[in-house]
Design a protein around this ligand. Structure first.
Ligand SMILES: Cc1cc2nc3c(=O)[nH]c(=O)nc-3n(C[C@H](O)[C@H](O)[C@H](O)COP(=O)(O)OP(=O)(O)OC[C@H]3O[C@@H](n4cnc5c(N)ncnc54)[C@H](O)[C@@H]3O)c2cc1C
Length: 394
């Protein structure tokens, strides 16, 4: 997006990418349906970026969700708004969009150099690349770095730039998993019987450091060693932050969100008439075998035997999480170049003429199209900042 912006402003642009072809993570996002942006109101949209909202908002002023949709349409790809408000290309794929975009860039004179891995600068401040033909140096008037975060390294964004920029004195917040799975110590029984099973329609709650609660309703998957899926991704930032500060995090699950604790307690207190507890929980509380197994796993026998305490357990079942899944498996990464390292725009104060965009900047957001939107918007902002900076120079 920075390249397109710069090209439209009349500058000659060369793109260098370490991989044999560009946009590999973008294409992977297409496998999951390519949720490009979200249709919610702009104030709500901006709040998704947590502490970084005021910063991201300055980029969204140059390219917001609505403008991004128009931009996609301009590439001949129509979009639709799903029931959740998320925006997708009609074909739910990234490849047609990327193909059309690369063609348009090529026609505008933007040249793509693949298999060019940037490794830093030489003594003359030229960019240094590793290429199949050996080292290459490039004397650019100005540069936009858009090297991605630290997840899915095999798609190109391996976070190696953190060391390169740190050595230049740039302050980079550590790259951490965002929108990631978590580790829980399931019993062998739960693992063998339920790994891969969906935990449907629950409300998950995490208590934040300030004592307030953050809750989400949805689904997740019980894995061999923990939880994965949209529900835990949505709560991954507070869960991860709690694990960092306290060594573990507690997720509380409401396994029967459509029934009150009193209702459950009354239903469970009725005589069982020879039925097993599992059968009572299934028939009266509507709990499937996975939810019943979780109750057995997490609640002591005395609680299971007491209707009112069992009802309380169903409404707020504690699940201890000991770690995040590794960064490389995460959908995105938190951390990156801190805002304090930038001038008023997206140029590094310590390295005049070097601009940054995308996931390598220190912000994070949940899934829902917010990640790509901020990447695109920061690319537009970095391109404009660079063009303005060049035109202000003598
Ligand atoms: C499985 C998955 C699904 C996703 N689905 C969605 C979704 O539906 N919606 C959404 O909004 N977001 C989604 N995302 C997140 C989104 O894809 C990323 O946030 C976004 O691609 C980041 O863009 P970027 O340009 O900052 O970095 P990247 O897309 O990671 O691009 C960085 C580029 O820099 C290149 N590079 C890195 N280091 C070097 C170097 N040293 N020299 C040269 N080149 C280098 C890489 O090869 C790569 O091409 C998903 C991510 C994953 C992993």
């Amino acid at each position: 997006m920075a390249a397109e912006t710069l090209s439209q402003r009349g500058l000659q642009v060369d793109i260098y990418d370490a991989m044999p072809s560009p946009g590999r993570k973008f294409l992977l996002a297409g496998v999951g349906g390519m949720n490009i942006t979200h249709s919610e109101a702009s104030e709500q949209f901006a709040r998704r970026y947590r502490e970084a909202s005021p910063w991201v908002e300055t980029w969204l002023q140059q390219l917001d969700a609505e403008q991004l949709r128009h931009w996609v349409h301009g590439l001949g790809v129509q979009t639709f708004i799903g029931s959740s408000g998320r925006v997708f290309p009609v074909e739910m794929k990234a490849a047609p969009l990327l193909r059309a975009w690369l063609r348009r860039l090529r026609e505008a004179g933007v040249y793509l150099h693949s298999r060019h891995r940037w490794t830093g600068w030489d003594a003359q401040r030229r960019l240094v690349f590793e290429t199949p033909a050996g080292a290459e140096t490039v004397d650019a008037v100005a540069t936009v770095l858009a090297l991605g975060g630290g997840s899915w390294g095999r798609l190109g964004s391996d976070g190696a730039w953190v060391k390169t920029l740190s050595e230049q004195g740039i302050d980079v917040a550590p790259l951490l998993p965002a929108n990631c799975g978590f580790i829980a110590d399931w019993s062998p029984y739960l693992r063998e019987r339920f790994a891969g099973a969906p935990l449907k329609q629950v409300i998950a709650t995490v208590t934040l450091a300030d004592g307030s609660n953050q809750s989400r309703r949805g689904e997740c998957i019980v894995t061999q060693d923990g939880l994965e899926g949209s529900l835990v991704y949505a709560l991954s930032a507070p869960l991860r932050d709690r694990i960092i500060t306290e060594g573990r995090a507690r997720l509380r699950l409401d396994l029967a969100p459509d029934r009150s604790e009193q209702e459950l307690s009354a239903l469970l207190a009725k005589p069982r008439k020879g039925q097993s507890l599992a059968s009572v929980l299934r028939k009266r509380a509507g709990l499937d075998p996975l939810k019943v197994a979780l109750l057995h796993e997490r609640l002591p026998a005395a609680t299971l035997a007491d209707a009112s305490r069992l009802a309380a357990g169903i409404k707020s079942l504690p699940v201890e999480l000991s770690a995040t899944r590794p960064l490389d498996e995460a959908i995105s990464s938190a951390g990156g170049i801190r805002r304090t390292e930038m001038d008023r725009g997206l140029m590094l104060k310590a390295l005049p003429g070097v601009f940054c965009a995308g996931e390598m900047l220190d912000w994070e957001a949940p899934t829902g199209g917010y990640l790509l939107t901020a990447c695109f918007a920061s690319g537009r902002a970095a391109g404009n900042d660079l063009a303005d900076w060049l035109s202000a120079r003598p």
